[in-house]
Design a protein around this ligand. Structure first.
Ligand SMILES: *[C@@H]1O[C@H](CO)[C@@H](O)[C@H](O)[C@H]1NC(C)=O
Length: 237
C-alpha cells in the first residue's frame, strides 16, 4: 500500500515538474528569463492558428441573447447572456482565412445574430490519434471575432463552397441551402480580431494577433509547420 501511494505521489510530482511556474501558465513572462524557450512570434502564432483553422472543422459560436424574445418560448432572464454552441465550419476561403459557416435560420446562434448580437468562433487544436496530451491546457486555442456576411451566389460557385464544406462535413449534405428540411444559407465570418492562447505562457504567445498578420499567412507557410502531436503531413486530410 505504501509503495502504491509513493508511486502515485512520485507520478504527480514528476508531472507537476513539467508545468511552468504558476505565474506563466496563463500569461507571458514580462522579463527575459535565460532558461526560457523561445516564444513564437505573433506571425508564427498566426500561421499556427491558420493551420488549426484548416485542419479542424468544429468550433463554438458564441452569441448573446437579445433583450426581447418573440417567436420562441425562451426564459426572459437569459437576455444579455452569452451562449456558446457547437457548430461546423470549413476553411473554404483560404485566401482570406474567413471561415465558411452554413447558417441554419432556426438555430439559436444565427437568430441571436439576426437580433443584433455580435459573434465569435472559438476553436482549439485536437492532436491526431487517441493520445491525450500531458496537459490539454498546453495546446493552442483561439477565438475569431467578426461578423457574418452572406456569400454571393458567384462566390459559392467560384470557390466551390459546397464541395469544400461537404468534404469537411459529409453529413451536412442534408442541410445545404435549398434542402427541404431547414432554411439555410452560406455565410463567412469576416475575421476582425483574433485572440490567441498558444499554450503555456513560458513557451507560447498569448495575446491578440492583428488581423493583417492573420490575412498575410500563405498556404506555403501553413503547409510547412507542424502542430503539437502532428507527425507527418496531413495537408488536405
Ligand atoms: C458589437 O460590436 C461592436 C464593435 O465591433 C460594438 O460597437 C457593438 O455595440 C456591439 N453590438 C452589440 C449588440 O453588443
Amino acid at each position: 500500500m505504501y509503495f502504491v501511494a509513493a508511486l502515485a505521489l512520485l507520478a504527480g510530482l514528476s508531472a507537476a515538474s513539467r508545468l511552468p511556474s504558476t505565474q506563466h501558465i496563463f500569461s507571458n513572462p514580462t522579463s527575459n528569463d535565460e532558461s526560457m524557450n523561445r516564444i513564437p512570434t505573433v506571425h508564427e502564432s498566426a500561421v499556427q492558428a491558420r493551420r488549426i483553422l484548416h485542419l479542424e472543422n468544429i468550433g463554438t459560436l458564441s452569441t448573446i441573447f437579445p433583450s426581447t424574445h418573440s417567436a420562441e418560448n425562451r426564459p426572459s432572464d437569459v437576455s444579455g447572456t452569452p451562449i456558446g454552441l457547437m457548430d461546423y465550419f470549413g476553411d473554404c476561403e483560404p485566401s482570406t482565412g474567413n471561415p465558411t459557416i452554413l447558417a441554419i435560420s432556426i438555430a439559436t446562434s444565427f437568430k441571436n445574430v439576426a437580433a443584433g448580437s455580435n459573434i465569435t468562433l472559438s476553436l482549439r487544436w485536437h492532436p491526431p490519434g487517441h493520445h491525450r496530451p500531458f496537459s490539454p491546457a498546453s495546446l493552442p486555442r483561439f477565438s475569431l471575432v467578426g461578423y457574418l456576411e452572406e456569400l454571393s451566389p458567384e462566390d459559392v460557385v467560384k470557390q466551390s463552397v459546397a464541395v469544400c464544406f461537404v468534404r469537411y462535413h459529409p453529413d451536412a449534405a442534408a442541410w445545404l441551402p435549398g434542402n427541404k428540411i431547414h432554411e439555410s444559407k452560406w455565410v463567412r465570418l469576416v475575421v476582425e480580431e483574433i485572440y490567441w492562447i498558444g499554450g503555456f505562457g513560458n513557451v507560447a504567445y498569448i495575446g491578440w494577433i492583428p488581423v493583417e498578420e492573420w490575412k498575410s499567412v500563405t498556404k506555403e507557410e501553413i503547409e510547412a509547420i507542424r502542430l503539437p502531436g502532428e507527425k507527418k503531413h496531413r495537408w488536405g486530410h
